[in-house]
Design a protein around this ligand. Structure first.
Ligand code: 5AD
Ligand code: FES
Length: 352
């Protein structure tokens, strides 16, 4: 293990802050021993704030129509081989009911940027779920909107919003997205969401095409400074119908190391072991939890539409019913000594 890297890790564990250059140094000098040292620090915080409890969020992927054309994403508008679907309000409410029965106390409504759902439609769905289950926390993950729209959703009862920043480097952002999308607007959205009072989830892809360790270091610095309540990260995975079809996917180890570092940077953060991590390694989600993650997000969407929501190739869990995924995850977590709980899963220390 590189001695300077170990002392930087120790410094991070005390100060919860490093310079971008120092984060880059850690990423450049990682080996198995440094990874394990980081994971040990990360698990100590995980244990302090969450014990062996793992939070769940039930994911409802309610539309795969998207007006955007991100180069990495399988549901980009120019993928004409993507079979499109929208769930009806009734179907969405049924998924939420089923999720409630299965013990989920928070659901994530995720979709492409599909403006066929008006703000009124979104508000109607949010308030419908809230009316049916008063102790269900509703999370939205529907992309970039105006501040006014975000305010309307909040008034309708949504309390959390997931919007990954994708990369903290504007230059890399411009390589991953067409010019019609801007890093500045992404950041504007994240700031608006926080100011309105949402619990906010940011996050990034690990080893996306062209990403350097310096870029990743910028992401870590961004998390340190912005302090999102949740940070969703997963490896980039290529999708055959995108411009990035031939690009290499991200790796397990870099993702695990980033998870541990994020836990050390912000000990109370909500950190999911993502489906993408479970896709690149059969025990990816378990390994993610052991690296410091404390959330899993199984799918509640009807099985009939699951395979149409493929952001990347070989996505797992496209054939399983919601109850199967829940059971599968419970079992997976118990093999590593963790337990899934029936709980809204707030960030430790959250002031509401
Ligand atoms: N590989 C990994 N993650 C992806 N996402 C989109 N496309 C891919 C891909 N090819 C992630 C993005 C997005 C989230 C919903 O899924 O980070 O914000
Ligand atoms: Fe879906 Fe294991 S979590 S099958």
């Amino acid at each position: 293990m590189d001695i300077n890297a170990k002392s930087l890790l120790d410094k991070l564990n005390i100060e919860h802050s490093l310079t971008v250059d120092e984060y880059e140094y850690l990423l450049n000098h990682v080996d198995d021993e440094l990874m394990e040292a980081a994971a040990e620090y990360a698990r100590a915080y995980q244990d302090k704030y969450y014990g062996n409890k793992v939070f769940t969020r039930g994911l409802i992927e309610f539309t795969n129509f998207c007006r955007n054309n991100c180069y990495y994403c399988g549901i980009r508008r120019e993928n004409h081989n993507c079979e499109r679907y929208r769930l009806s309000k009734k179907q969405i409410l049924e998924c939420a009911d089923a999720g409630y029965e299965l013990g989920f106390r928070t659901i994530v409504l995720q979709g492409g940027e599909d403006f066929a759902f008006s703000d009124e439609d979104i508000c109607d769905i949010v308030s419908g779920i809230r009316a049916a289950h008063e102790d269900m926390v509703v999370t939205l993950s529907i992309g970039e909107r105006s501040r006014e729209s975000y305010e309307k959703y909040y008034e309708a009862g949504a309390r959390r919003y997931l919007l990954r920043h994708e990369t903290a480097n504007p230059a890399l952002y411009a390589k991953l997205h067409p010019a019609e999308l801007s890093w500045e607007n992404r950041m504007r959205c994240l700031r608006d969401l926080k100011e309105i009072g949402y619990q906010v989830g940011a996050g990034f892809m690990v080893e996306s095409p062209g990403q350097t360790n310096y870029d990743l270091a910028m992401d870590l610095k961004f998390i340190e400074e912005f302090k999102p309540d949740m940070c969703g990260i997963g490896p980039f995975i290529s999708h055959k119908e995108t411009p990035f079809a031939k690009e290499a996917s991200g790796t397990l180890n870099t993702t695990l190391f980033c998870l541990s570092l994020i836990r050390i940077i912000y000990p109370q953060v909500l950190l999911p072991a993502t489906t993408a991590l479970g896709t690149i390694d059969p025990r990816g989600r378990e390994k993610g939890i052991q690296a410091g993650a404390n959330v899993v997000m199984p799918n509640l969407s009807p099985v009939s539409v699951r395979r149409m929501y493929t952001l990347y190739d070989n996505k797992i869990c496209t054939g399983e019913e919601a109850a199967e995924c829940r059971g599968c995850l419970e079992q997976r977590m118990s093999t590593i000594g963790y337990e899934i709980v029936v709980d809204p899963g707030n960030r430790a220390g959250l002031v509401q």
